[in-house]
Design a protein around this ligand. Structure first.
Ligand code: PLP
Length: 388
């Protein structure tokens, strides 16, 4: 029997592969922080905020306030708009749990709308019917590295006097109409969780925006409501959510490579798109106005029974597949406990959750590995069709 090339395992994400390419610089940056003993704030954090702001700036100048993680970034952004009890925030159920968790933690009510089944992103045509006198803002989730229809979302927001927050945790470097994520709404929230496109070696996050005063407010809230430069003067009750100097130093090293890594992700995505196009599966659709950062490459099967088969088959071949996300937020026990009725029905969100599979996606994926993944997918689809 001819043995196919076998890989003990191709992970969904391989962080060690990336570390090995920049080990020298990273180790040095970490050693410098440790010997300086400047662990909180300081130069590396300031430098990072400036460089990440300029990374997000395209035609518009961006500002950046770093914080402890992406979930905090969302909470801080909501707090900067004084979101609290009785406020309603419109967002999607097809996202990572934190998008909605942040709204709940601000004591506001999440109003969840369905996705466009073509893009798997917020269906902007469903926003207006959900706007009430309590609606304060919209969180547009730039899921998988793709951007929502920001033109339309901003138009609706402006008409009804709402703010727009981008949940950009998966979309560092993505763009809409040539303009980068970070300045597409009023504030944008990033996560630097290790597995994101731009990840540190622990938790990290940032809020970016084009309004310097709003970013200043975020900074103040994230650091005990402190006045800039005044260590023991607190003008508001804030919280403690800061980016460690160690993480900032790591991110400062990695930012230089981010565009190159995103380019590699785009090449991998193009390879998948080209070599999977004849299979009976649904490939990701990218709006021509959007340039994806390809955080995840998510395929869908026409039926959920095929999803189970394909997922298990690929896994058994050592291919690191994932589900992002298998249970919509409005079906989560936490959500059902809090908002039991009326039961929400979001048909596209629900069917998408049952049909999606994420394929391995990270910049260091090799051609041979891609060939293997694609080959196995072809075989699995063939086997499935013969079975039914
Ligand atoms: C990861 C993620 C978050 C939360 O970021 P953390 O840094 O893990 O707190 C929020 N929203 C989305 C869409 C995410 O993918």
């Amino acid at each position: 029997m001819k043995s196919s090339p076998s890989y003990s395992k191709i992970a969904l994400v391989n962080l060690r592969a990336q570390y090995s390419t920049i080990k020298h610089e990273i180790d040095e940056a970490i050693a410098n922080i440790v010997s300086s003993s400047q662990f909180i704030q300081g130069n590396e954090v300031l430098k990072f905020e400036e460089s990440f702001a300029s990374f997000c700036s395209s035609s518009i100048q961006a500002y950046c306030a770093s914080c402890a993680n992406g979930t905090d970034a969302l909470e801080l952004a909501l707090a900067a708009f004084d979101v609290g009890q009785d406020d309603e925030i419109i967002t999607v159920s097809h996202s990572f749990f934190a998008t909605v968790e942040a709204v709940v933690n601000q004591r506001a009510t999440p109003v969840l709308i369905d996705i466009n089944p073509k893009t798997m992103l917020m269906d902007e045509s469903k926003i207006e019917e959900k706007i009430t006198s309590k609606t304060k803002g919209i969180i547009a989730v730039q899921l998988y590295g793709q951007t929502c229809n920001m033109e339309e979302i901003n138009r609706i927001a402006k008409k009804h006097n709402l703010f727009v927050i981008e949940d950009a945790a998966q979309a560092h470097g993505a763009s809409w109409n040539g303009q980068r994520v970070g300045t597409l709404g009023d504030l944008a929230c990033f996560s630097f969780f290790p597995g994101k496109n731009f990840g540190c070696y622990g938790d990290g996050g940032a809020v970016v925006g084009r309004d310097a005063d709003l970013i200043k407010k975020v900074k103040q809230i994230s650091c005990h409501g402190r006045e800039k430069g005044e260590k023991y003067v607190h003008s508001s009750f804030g919280r403690n959510s800061r980016l460690d100097s160690l993480q900032a130093a790591i991110l400062n090293v990695k930012l230089k490579y981010l565009d190159q890594w995103t380019q590699q992700r785009r090449e991998i995505a193009n390879y998948y798109l080209e070599h999977l196009k004849d299979l009976p599966i649904i490939l990701p659709y990218i709006d021509p106005q959007s340039e994806s950062a390809w955080h995840l490459f998510v395929i869908r099967t026409p039926e959920s029974s095929m999803r189970e088969t394909l997922f298990n088959d690929l896994k058994s071949k050592g291919i690191g597949v994932g589900l992002h996300y298998p249970i919509p937020i409005h079906k989560q026990p936490a959500f059902l406990n809090l908002y039991s009725q009326p039961q929400l029905s979001l048909p596209h969100t629900e069917s998408t959750a049952q049909s999606l599979i994420s394929l391995p996606m990270y910049p260091e994926l090799e051609k041979k590995q891609l060939e293997f993944i694609v080959g196995q997918l072809h075989e699995c689809c063939k086997a499935y069709q013969q079975e039914i």
